[in-house]
Design a protein around this ligand. Structure first.
Ligand code: 2YH
Length: 259
């Protein structure tokens, strides 16, 4: 997954509102409702410690404040530590944090210190975007296409298999595809099959991964990918419902999965 930029995180609340409207229309529930059903949890009076991490490319200016907004939006108490890295970790734990949120360039985790539960953003994001796609009320069948089998797509494909969907998937990396066939039992998607899907989970960091031959008219594309894999002209021509948002939906899934 690409490193987020401060620009991606602008207008998060508006992006959430727009996506929540689409999600509710196509699935019947908003993100909060889907997370509650998916994980069977509800936020209680838990404190979330958000620690800025300087490793790698360093602190993203509005990352911690975006996490604070998300934490509070979903009804948890949050605080950004004054210090970063290990000093920040010490500060968060000393001040009674129940859950820690922190990210470097490779890994973003939520760790519930009371329950010993930890989840990565990759897994939580794959699961929630797969769940959203799978709840499409107008789906024409139980066939679903997963594009990209990296850490996010693999987690999404595993979730969909568990839910009993017919999961087709593609990835230019043969090793990733073979692993998912062997371990999960997904079917490799081949464009020559001329199969079209009403539900698509797109989980790549690339643009233009969705082509006309893959989708049905009025399908649902659910994607955490930046940039978006759906070319705008195809989205318009096929009247695609698109769920795509850079941070809130994935972090909601992280929080609900550890509380
Ligand atoms: O954006 C990222 C990475 N792509 C990891 C996400 C995994 N899905 N990390 C954010 C880095 C934040 C920075 N260290 C900070 O401000 O604390």
């Amino acid at each position: 997954m690409a490193l987020l930029t401060p620009r991606d995180l602008e207008n998060l609340s508006m992006q959430l509102e727009e996506n929540d409207e689409t999600i509710k229309r196509v699935t019947g529930l908003d993100v909060r409702g889907i997370c509650e059903e998916l994980y069977g949890t509800k936020p209680g009076s838990l404190k979330v410690g958000i620690i800025p991490i300087t490793a790698g490319d360093g602190i993203i200016s509005n990352f911690a404040s975006s996490l604070l907004f998300i934490t509070q939006y979903f009804g948890l108490e949050g605080a950004i530590t004054e210090h970063s890295d290990m000093t920040g970790y010490y500060e968060a734990v000393s001040q009674g944090a129940d859950i820690i949120l922190m990210a470097d360039d490779h890994m973003f985790v939520a760790h519930n210190l009371r329950k010993g539960k930890i989840v990565s953003n990759h897994v939580a994001t794959g699961i929630i975007y797969a769940e959203i796609a799978s709840r499409f009320r107008e789906a024409s069948s139980k066939d679903i296409l997963v594009i990209g089998l990296g850490r996010v797509g693999y987690a999404g494909a595993a979730h969909l298999m568990k839910k009993g969907f017919n999961v087709y998937a593609c990835d230019p990396n043969r090793g990733f595809l073979e692993k998912a066939v062997k371990e999960l039992g997904i079917k490799p998607y081949c464009s020559e099959d001329r199969k079209r899907f009403s539900m698509v989970l797109e989980a790549t960091p690339n643009a233009n991964t969705i082509s006309e031959g893959m989708i049905e008219e009025r399908c649902l594309v659910s994607t955490p990918g930046i940039p978006c894999g759906l070319p705008p002209e195809i989205g318009k021509k096929y009247r695609v419902d698109l769920v795509m948002e850079p941070l809130v939906i994935g972090v909601a899934s992280m929080l609900y999965s550890v509380i």
